[in-house]
Write a protein that binds this ligand. Structure first.
Ligand SMILES: Nc1ncnc2c1ncn2[C@@H]1O[C@H](COP(=O)(O)OP(=O)(O)OP(=O)(O)O)[C@@H](O)[C@H]1O
Ligand SMILES: [Mg+2]
Length: 344
């Protein structure tokens, strides 16, 4: 029954398991010419910080894992909701870690975020300055002949996290669009089109693509590397694994919801909480910190609390007081306040 699961949520890196994913449905097939030589950077410290350093353990329940796999099979974004601290953002890192898909592309959304900033940025001012320096013959960079300074357009275009995720790599990249509910009203609608088509244009490059030697231009990516873009268009090959998170601060339009797999994460309790504690503090840490785990689980009077509070309490009390001492419980209680302003 569980054989179809490509992502198993057991935290063991399984390089190559993503290649077992069957072909996409016809309506989610994208035909970008694959970029063979783009070196995807390894998973970075942002993921280690969230997942912990010890061998990770199963943190998600069976239904969650099935929904995640449904999104992988259907090449659809995941829209993850849940209380603060329920593990929404960390899910993207867990996917990249287990499926060995390299660095997570992170796009944090705020009210001013526009679609274009996720796709690419063009620094026209820097290019103008460099061109002026080049004409004046006085170089700002020691050892560089100002007259020969490279002011080609591609040097001044940097792809954003979404723009980089849509580069035509053979294996999907993991993209975290964090806190989409903080965006202004237009962003979810603007995203729809890009996620439906799996491609976007860079008009600055489209305009010059008929000039000699300008059809393919190298641009900077969100990874800080260079990638070629042909005719000013980027079209994906493997659709990225997109995790969009929301704290439910507002409703999303129905057309977006229809195109996502919706996943609600409950706050971690019981086995999931024990797994999380062990991921950060080592095997058996859930047992040695039983007093705090129990306090966290039973003392919240039904009000949700983020798992970070338990992790913080274990870390801090470990330095200041022995297990089961009143001082330890006191400190832990202080850190484990409710997020509801009306409650203690
Ligand atoms: N799979 C996991 N393994 C280890 N630790 C985890 C895992 N999932 C979540 N955590 C830990 O739980 C805490 C909360 O997770 P996370 O920040 O992902 O929650 P969130 O739902 O995104 O919260 P918010 O809505 O406030 O952004 C973090 O400290 C993280 O390290
Ligand atoms: Mg988060």
């Amino acid at each position: 029954m569980s054989e179809w699961l490509v992502y198993r949520g057991n935290g063991e890196p399984a390089p190559g398991r993503i290649d077992l994913l069957p072909e996409p449905p016809d309506w989610r097939r994208f035909d970008g010419e694959p970029l063979d030589e783009y070196p995807v950077p390894d998973i970075d410290s942002a993921s280690v910080r969230r997942l912990g350093k010890r061998p990770p353990l199963p943190v998600q329940d069976a239904r969650t894992i099935e929904l995640i796999n449904a999104a992988l099979y259907l090449r659809r974004p995941l829209l993850v909701t849940g209380e603060p601290g329920s593990g929404k953002s960390t899910l993207a890192h867990a996917l990249a870690h287990e499926l060995a898909l390299g660095r997570v592309l992170h796009w944090p959304v705020v009210s001013r975020t526009e679609l274009k900033s996720g796709l690419y940025a063009y620094d026209a001012i820097a290019r103008l300055q460099d061109a002026q320096i080049s004409r004046s013959g006085v170089s700002a960079e020691p050892g560089v002949d100002a007259g020969r300074q490279d002011v080609s357009l591609g040097r001044y275009i940097r792809l954003g996290p979404l723009g980089t995720a849509l580069l035509p790599s053979k294996r999907p990249r993991v993209l975290l669009i964090d806190e989409l509910d903080k965006s202004d009203i237009d962003l979810p609608n603007d995203l729809l089109n890009v996620m439906e088509e799996g491609e976007y244009a860079i008009p600055e490059l489209e305009r010059i693509s008929d000039r000699p030697a300008q059809a393919t231009v190298e641009v900077l990516t969100d990874d800080g590397l260079r990638a070629p873009v042909t005719a000013g268009r980027v079209r994906c090959c493997a659709f990225p694994i997109i995790v969009m998170t929301s704290n439910g601060e507002r409703e999303f339009p129905a057309p977006l919801l229809r195109r996502c797999i919706q996943l609600h994460l409950d706050p971690p309790r019981g086995k999931r909480l024990a797994a999380m504690v062990q991921a950060h503090f080592g095997e058996g840490a859930d047992r040695t910190n039983r007093d705090l785990v129990d306090l966290f689980s039973t003392d919240s009077a039904g009000v949700p609390r983020p798992a970070d509070q338990l992790l913080n309490a274990i870390f801090l009390t470990h330095h200041v007081a022995p297990p089961n001492s009143p001082q330890r419980t006191e400190l832990a209680r202080m850190l484990m306040g409710s997020l509801d302003p009306g409650q203690g």
